[in-house]
Write a protein that binds this ligand. Sequence first.
Ligand SMILES: CC(=O)CC(=O)SCCNC(=O)CCNC(=O)[C@H](O)C(C)(C)COP(=O)(O)OP(=O)(O)OC[C@H]1O[C@@H](n2cnc3c(N)ncnc32)[C@H](O)[C@@H]1OP(=O)(O)O
Ligand SMILES: NC(=O)C1=CN([C@@H]2O[C@H](COP(=O)(O)OP(=O)(O)OC[C@H]3O[C@@H](n4cnc5c(N)ncnc54)[C@H](OP(=O)(O)O)[C@@H]3O)[C@@H](O)[C@H]2O)C=CC1
Length: 397
Amino acid sequence: MQEIVDQLAGSDRGAEIARTLLLPYLNHAATMYESGYATSDDIDASMRFGCGYPIGPLALIDAIGAKTVTTGLEALFAETGDEVHQPTSILTTMAGNDSTFAQTSVAGSVAAPDLHHDIKVVGVVGTGTMASGIVEVFAKSGYDVVYVGRGEDKVAGVLTAITKSLDKAISRGKLDEDGKSNVLDRLTGSTEREALANADIVVEAIAEDLDIKLELFRDLDRICKPGAILATTTSSLSINDCAAATKRPADVIGMHFFNPAPVMKLVEVVSGADTSADVAETVRALCLATGKHPVSCTDRAGFIVNALLFPYLNDAIKLHEADGDSLESIDEAMKATQLPLGPFQLLDVVGNDVSLAIENSLVETFGHEGWKPAALLESVVAEGKLGRKTGAGFHTY
Ligand SMILES: CC(=O)CC(=O)SCCNC(=O)CCNC(=O)[C@H](O)C(C)(C)COP(=O)(O)OP(=O)(O)OC[C@H]1O[C@@H](n2cnc3c(N)ncnc32)[C@H](O)[C@@H]1OP(=O)(O)O
Ligand SMILES: NC(=O)C1=CN([C@@H]2O[C@H](COP(=O)(O)OP(=O)(O)OC[C@H]3O[C@@H](n4cnc5c(N)ncnc54)[C@H](OP(=O)(O)O)[C@@H]3O)[C@@H](O)[C@H]2O)C=CC1
């Protein structure tokens, strides 16, 4: 941790880039805590388990010192005049009285969640990046999984991807052939949504388009048995909107996995206005049963992680546009602070179309001018350079 603090204090261009991009992110994390949207433990856990960061933002503020962070933000604000660079009041208070976020931790005092629903069969809708990973997570945790795609080839593609992943685990000595067969035996692929009739919970991971999701939720409401939980892994759409398409809004919830789903431990459990407490608790317990770390939040654009991550990713693009730092030098500067991926590498993993949708939803909700999507993000999306999934994005693959 001291290495990160030292790296950020450096005088080279890489350290300057890292400060320019991280200080607003730290300010926003403090603002999120101050607003009461999430606890300090959940904010820090979200960035560690959702994005593989070595340290959460509030713990990083503690490590750097609120006074140093505040001074850095004041200098940035003097330069840009952008309201999001003005130190939030909790930071100035902490800078004044030497307090820390660690003092606000309630870890350990929260009771373990209970499963209030019997969950044996999990349904997944979709066969893309997230759906395939989510199917793998549940099947590896011992659940029977029924997944639905839009064609036999797509359904077969999920089986191929999971088989490849299991073979890799075998080659690394983490699984044996029996274990692989057990996982594969739990999978049932179908091209018919009716196959979900017996599922105890359905997690949808189809295209990030509200009309498409609403059509699906209407159909799930018709098909799924009474009491089944209907979950969405949406990155930017409203849980309340999905719930309103059904006659069972109490059973609708956000279950936001992170990419790659089999690796990233975080799941944001997002309660809509009508989600029942029993359903939210059951989903948290289910996350624990699959080895995931659940955090709780309400239905607001970006939830915890994306509201902190995407303004930072957008700032990285704007820095490249404004100061001419190369994509590689910005990626390297951020990786030098021990982030697993540079911002352009991560944008290409997520998909630039998904990133643009998230950034637009953040601007709509929070209204910050400075968060408007960078022109270059709009143009790579318009050119079809969506990232790794299309072979080119900010980088070429
Ligand atoms: C957009 C949204 O709404 C929300 C989001 O998802 S935001 C994006 C969140 N995700 C991130 O920030 C990703 C950050 N990335 C990382 O932490 C790392 O790059 C990473 C852990 C994914 C890979 O780490 P790495 O060191 O480059 O790779 P590597 O050592 O090959 O992989 C580590 C493990 O992950 C596994 N893995 C890597 N990619 C994988 C994938 N796509 N699917 C399944 N497993 C994968 C590897 O098999 C390996 O497993 P073992 O340790 O069991 O052998
Ligand atoms: N990418 C990421 O990093 C993350 C994404 N998410 C969320 O997960 C969800 C899926 O994203 P992701 O896996 O990246 O997307 P992909 O593009 O990889 O997959 C999209 C899936 O949606 C299906 N689909 C597209 N249009 C329709 C339609 N009209 N009706 C039914 N199915 C359709 C596709 O089927 P087909 O192949 O047949 O076209 C495919 O199975 C989104 O809500 C996204 O916001 C959440 C966390 C991280």
